[in-house]
Write a protein that binds this ligand. Structure first.
Ligand SMILES: [Zn+2]
Length: 138
């Protein structure tokens, strides 16, 4: 018989990363599943895009902040180190300067995410992904 093992915090983070990334790319895609890279403007199918972060993922307080993230092409996300400066500019255009400042302040708050919050966010984003896939027919 298989033992029911409680997932570690790192395993929960991995699971949440996956659900959150799917959500951001679906959020930023049109009805055909086409996404535009926030930093270079290149378009591609949502599955070929990545979830780019303005403030890096090591900052746990903003890792799952929707306003801190956007669909980004693998080139900009991986090889151009996220194109930090342009990323910030585009976010300010989309959400306003105040929202960007709020994210920047939030990132400075120490502390991580506990198991309860991670579990809650996993369920939340899995449901959001399901809803968006249905709405957009993707
Ligand atoms: Zn790009």
């Amino acid at each position: 018989m298989k033992m029911n093992k409680i997932p570690t915090v790192n395993q929960l983070i991995k699971k949440l990363d996956r659900a959150f990334s799917l959500f951001i790319r679906l959020r930023d895609s049109d009805e055909n599943g086409s996404c535009t890279c926030i930093t270079c403007g290149k378009t591609a199918f949502w599955k070929e895009m990545q979830c780019g972060h303005y403030i890096g993922r090591r900052h746990m307080q903003t890792r799952y902040e929707e306003l801190n993230t956007a669909a980004q092409c693998p080139w900009c996300n991986g090889f151009m180190e996220g194109r930090h400066f342009i990323f910030r500019q585009r976010l300010a255009e989309r959400h306003g300067e105040e929202a960007v400042k709020r994210i920047e302040a939030l990132a400075q708050i120490p502390g991580g995410l506990n198991r309860e919050l991670l579990n809650y966010l996993i369920l939340t984003y899995q449901a959001k992904v399901k809803k968006l896939k249905k709405e957009k027919g993707l």
